[in-house]
Write a protein that binds this ligand. Structure first.
Ligand code: FAD
Ligand code: NAP
Ligand code: SF4
Length: 673
């Protein structure tokens, strides 16, 4: 058989050292950095990824001083004692044959604390703290703290450092005139504004010697007004090379940018064209990034010469063995990152430990393990939604005889509806992953089997798991059985035609998703060019920062999205993705109405009381997305018998349910059988 993924798996010679392949595990803050026993946990976490054959790892950002903290008391490296802790990580990675660089991140005005500093005292739109303007001596001290941090990282055993110059953090704030209004030699001309990164890179190089990797993460597309022009990006890249960097990594978009750059609706590999523009302009390797989540995507990017190397971050939360599986031609066994952000970035933004929706072991490597079972059991799992799929897989992986029952003809449960939403096509990968794992671990799958008490009693199971999920809540509104009323299931499963004017009752995750489904043609997945046009990204990079005019096709329908409570619609959506859903619906002209009372439904339409004012929405259809109730039918039947049952996922609790919770509950249960 020919060698799989020849470009991706080719070694990269850096002169003084070699990388075994072209895969970089990109930097991610996980929250372990600040936890009790965090270094032991990080050693296990990184060690597992090194064992999975990734070419080079970059740690989460470590501040070079207190002012550079992302949040109060976040990780920093300023002393030998702090550096010593990191030896656990570097030793574990080296033991597994891997290489690891430490990212040095100075948050600048993004620092969520009162000590934050910046080139000018201008508050960012995403932080409540106005930064202090750095004095000239403050800048010199900052440069020295980068040098100290890099030197300490070397002492701690790291193979190199990544200097974070993108995403709108301190260095990026110096580079761009929007945030740098200084009149001294650190501001004004572009030459002055790039002085800080050049000083940092050249002086770090001098301090650490020639045989130490320095990656510079360069913001190639700021996606903020008044950001860098393409000529400036190119010039900076050349000067960074001259200053002694080993590799240039790509940064796309500032955190305050209002263009989605990594969420699931971004096309796979959708920003590699940015790095490609720099290919051939510098002599050192370039890394491209963003929404690269499968080996064939990475391989194509490299084969097309968009970059010399690819960075994937979240895909290594989803599957530590990504590269190993690619090497062994086991692509179908990869647990694909679906770019939902639900357990990774959304957790970090809430100061919670990161994990992964599709892999609850991520960052819990020392706490959640599916070890071989001491005693083999016969286990029935009823319902093949995310909870049932995960439970059956993990139980069988441990050696149990798992029988998975599903009433319908297909596995996936509600996740099947999720994957029909435009921009959520990735969700199909999770179903593919569990299907493959169940084959490998010999789960007995019984489709088209609605389980009753009799089936359970006849099966003589040692354990019975109820994962029968949820059913839609039907609100008590006069006329709710009118022919104009449809459930979200009828709509998403294509059972009913939907008219051009639609009211949606309920503005939770499903209400928003149904609105997107009804607005856009299911021509998935969207092309990179169409996505960039929709969000106003200027691929010619004529405007500074790469922002142009957004242009949308006409929406398919007129939509009213409603909730009874006051306040912003969609406030419970994910922290890092909710704004995208709201912006997208707003752009499509969806009318979002809060504080409504549903009075009745009749031939005239939906009768409402909106904050004391009566109104009738003359719509063709009313789609109910008013939340869920647990499907407890089977659990109730079994409650009276002698079988001990375990209830997980939506069947257990419909409130606050999502696939992350369903899979995590399944994993915890299966680990204990
Ligand atoms: P379910 O998915 O409801 O699965 C239960 C299964 O049990 C079903 O297949 C059912 O047929 C079967 N069953 C029931 N009774 C029996 C019986 N007696 N015998 C045999 N089989 C039975 N979550 C997220 O985290 N992120 C998202 O972005 C997201 N988007 C969504 C978008 C849409 C449009 C929808 C509808 C849901 C979305 N969700 C999302 C929610 C997520 O899909 C659910 O939280 C998750 O599927 C719940 O998993 P579960 O296994 O508990 O139940
Ligand atoms: P949900 O988020 O709980 O939203 C239910 C909506 O229905 C709310 O807007 C609620 O608002 C309304 N509602 C509740 N009871 C009602 C009643 N009796 N009459 C009329 N309206 C009522 O639930 P969901 O949208 O069904 O989503 C289910 C789960 O799937 C969620 O927990 C979510 O996490 C997950 N999901 C996640 C995503 C994602 O992108 N992460 C996407 C889809 C689904 P009012 O009470 O104010 O009217
Ligand atoms: Fe990817 Fe979602 Fe897992 Fe984050 S939580 S790593 S986005 S699958």
């Amino acid at each position: 058989m020919s060698k799989p993924y020849p470009h991706l798996l080719a070694p990269l010679d850096l002169g003084f050292t070699q990388l075994k392949n072209r895969v970089l595990m990109g930097s991610m803050h996980t929250g372990l950095e600040e936890e009790k026993n965090g270094f032991e946990k990080m050693a296990a976490y990184f060690g597992e990824r090194a064992r999975g054959q990734v070419g080079l790892i970059v740690t989460g950002g470590i501040a070079p001083n207190r002012a550079g903290w992302v949040a109060p008391f976040s990780a920093k490296m300023t002393t030998k004692k702090e550096a010593k802790n990191h030896e656990l990580i570097t030793q574990e990675v080296h033991k597994e044959g891997g290489k690891i660089c430490m990212q040095i991140l100075h948050a600048g005005r993004y620092g969520y604390h009162p000590l934050a500093v910046a080139p000018s005292s201008i508050k960012s739109p995403i932080s409540p703290f106005k930064p202090w303007k750095l004095s000239q001596s403050g800048i010199e001290k900052t440069i020295k703290s980068f040098i100290r941090c890099a030197t300490l990282a070397r002492e701690a055993g790291y193979d190199g450092v990544e200097i974070m110059g993108s995403e709108g953090y301190l260095i990026n704030q110096f580079i761009v005139s929007k945030t740098n209004k200084r009149k001294d030699e650190w501001g004004g001309s572009y030459e002055n504004r790039i002085r800080l990164p050049l000083e940092i890179v050249s002086r770090v190089r001098k301090a650490v010697g020639d045989d130490f990797i320095i990656i510079y993460r360069l913001s190639m597309l700021d996606l903020v007004h008044d950001g860098s022009s393409w000529e400036e990006v190119e010039l900076l890249a050349k000067r960074i090379e001259e200053s002694g960097a080993t590799i240039i990594n790509t940064g796309i978009g500032w955190h305050e940018s209002r263009v989605p750059t990594i969420a699931t609706m971004v096309p796979r590999g959708g920003f590699s064209w940015v790095t490609r523009k720099l290919m051939g302009k510098v002599g050192i390797p370039l890394i491209t990034t963003n929404r690269i989540n499968m080996p064939e995507v990475a391989e194509q990017i490299l084969a097309d010469k968009h970059a010399d190397m690819v960075s994937m971050a979240r895909p290594f939360l989803a599957d530590p063995e990504f590269v190993k599986k690619a090497m062994e031609n086991r692509r179908d066994e990869i647990n694909t990152c679906i770019a939902c952000n639900q357990a990774c970035l959304d957790h970090v933004f809430k100061q919670k430990r990161a994990s992964c929706l599709v892999n609850p072991r991520a960052c819990y490597e020392t706490e959640l393990n599916f070890t071989p079972a001491q005693q083999k059991k016969k286990i029935a799992i009823v319902g093949a939604g995310p909870a049932g799929l995960a439970c059956a897989t993990y139980a069988a992986q441990r050696g149990h005889e798992a029988h998975l029952y599903e009433a319908s003809s297909e596995i996936g449960g509600q996740f099947r509806m999720a994957m029909s939403i435009p921009g959520k096509e990735e969700f199909v990968e999770t179903i593919r992953y569990f299907k493959k794992q169940m084959e490998l671990h010999k789960v007995h799958v019984h489709l088209n089997t609605e389980v009753s008490k009799e089936i359970i009693e006849q099966g003589q199971f040692d354990e019975v798991v109820i994962a029968t999920g949820v059913k839609p809540r039907i609100p008590d509104i006069p006329g709710i059985d009118h022919p104009k009323v449809l459930s979200y299931m009828e709509v998403l499963q294509g059972q009913k035609e939907v008219g051009e004017k639609v009211a949606i009752i309920g503005a939770g995750g499903i209400g928003f998703d149904v609105a997107s489904y009804l607005l856009e043609k299911a021509e998935a997945p969207i092309s990179t060019e169409a996505f960039m046009e929709q969000w106003g990204v200027d691929m010619a990079h004529q405007a500074k920062g790469g922002l142009g005019e957004a242009s949308l096709g006409l929406p398919l329908r007129q939509i009213f999205l409603m909730q009874r409570s006051d306040g912003k619609l969609g406030r419970k959506l994910g922290k890092t993705t909710g704004w995208i859903h709201r912006a997208s619906l707003r752009k499509h002209g969806v009318q979002m109405i809060g504080g409504v009372k549903y009075l009745k439904i009749d031939d005239a339409g939906l009768h409402l009381d909106i904050k004391g004012k009566a109104e009738v929405l003359d719509v063709d259809h009313i789609v109910v997305c008013a939340g869920q109730l647990s499907n407890t039918k089977l659990a109730k039947q079994l409650a009276s018998g002698s079988t001990t049952i375990h209830i997980i996922g939506g069947a257990n609790e419909a409130r606050e349910l999502d696939a992350k919770k369903a899979i995590r509950e399944a994993a915890d249960l299966a680990a204990g059988f």
